[in-house]
Design a protein around this ligand. Structure first.
Ligand code: MTE
Ligand code: MO
Length: 201
């Protein structure tokens, strides 16, 4: 008798490791590009990153200063609201904790702002405590413009629209100010494990 091979088992070989893929998501090995507008191309000598709003003193780094800061390699899973998830993506970036080091603020919210005008809002707690980075490399290479280069936010515990490409800074605020997709029907918080895709989810 030949061994009995279960097609069911074979068919599931590419399935997600359990507990890694939020409800309603499928896995992709591609890296889709999702941009609401054209890709900005800002020369590095005209790039800076700033922390503004409700802070004791605004902070600003040129590209050179930003790249001289300590950075980390992080391996994380990312989840787009259009239902693709990608496991074990590898980034290099500066932790937002490092950028906020020494910044005095009573703010509870933050808006990421970008070249091209994109914004996205979240509680300050969601970008502190080792949960968010300003990433400048992906898979060991400088971040491609389509994916947000020269630098983008990486906030992997929320849907990926909460990770602004071409990010130029953080605006700290006492009040929550909905960003680009949040005023256009997306959920204000965007937890993929709670399937917080749209208003009312
Ligand atoms: N500036 C900017 N950032 C953005 C977007 C955008 O349109 N503009 N799209 C968001 C959405 S909806 C997703 S899923 C991810 C897509 O990142 P990717 O194109 O690198 O896959 O970027 C997010 N950040
Ligand atoms: Mo998205």
């Amino acid at each position: 008798m030949p061994p009995i091979i279960s097609r069911g088992f074979r068919g599931r070989r590419d399935d997600a490791p359990s507990g890694r893929v939020p409800p309603g998501q499928y896995l992709t090995r591609d890296f889709p590009v999702l941009s609401a507008g054209p890709t900005p191309h800002r020369p590095l000598e005209l790039w800076d990153f700033s922390i503004v709003g409700e802070v004791d003193e605004p902070r600003r780094w040129t590209w050179e200063e930003f790249r001289a800061m300590p950075s980390e390699e992080v391996t994380v899973d990312i989840h787009c609201v259009t239902k693709w998830s990608k496991l074990d993506t590898v980034w290099q970036g500066v932790s937002v904790d490092t950028l906020l080091d020494g910044v005095e603020t009573a703010a509870e919210y933050v808006v990421q702002f970008s070249d091209g005008g994109y914004t996205t809002n979240l509680p300050l707690d969601d970008v502190t405590g080792g949960k968010a980075w300003v990433a400048f490399a992906y898979d060991g290479e400088p971040l491609e413009p389509e994916h947000g280069g020269p630098a983008r936010m990486l906030v992997p515990h929320l849907y990926f629209w909460k990770s602004a490409k071409w990010v130029r800074g953080l605006r700290l605020s006492a009040t929550d100010e909905p960003g680009f997709w949040e005023v256009n029907g997306y959920h204000n918080y965007g937890d993929p494990w709670q399937e917080q895709r749209y208003w009312g989810d």
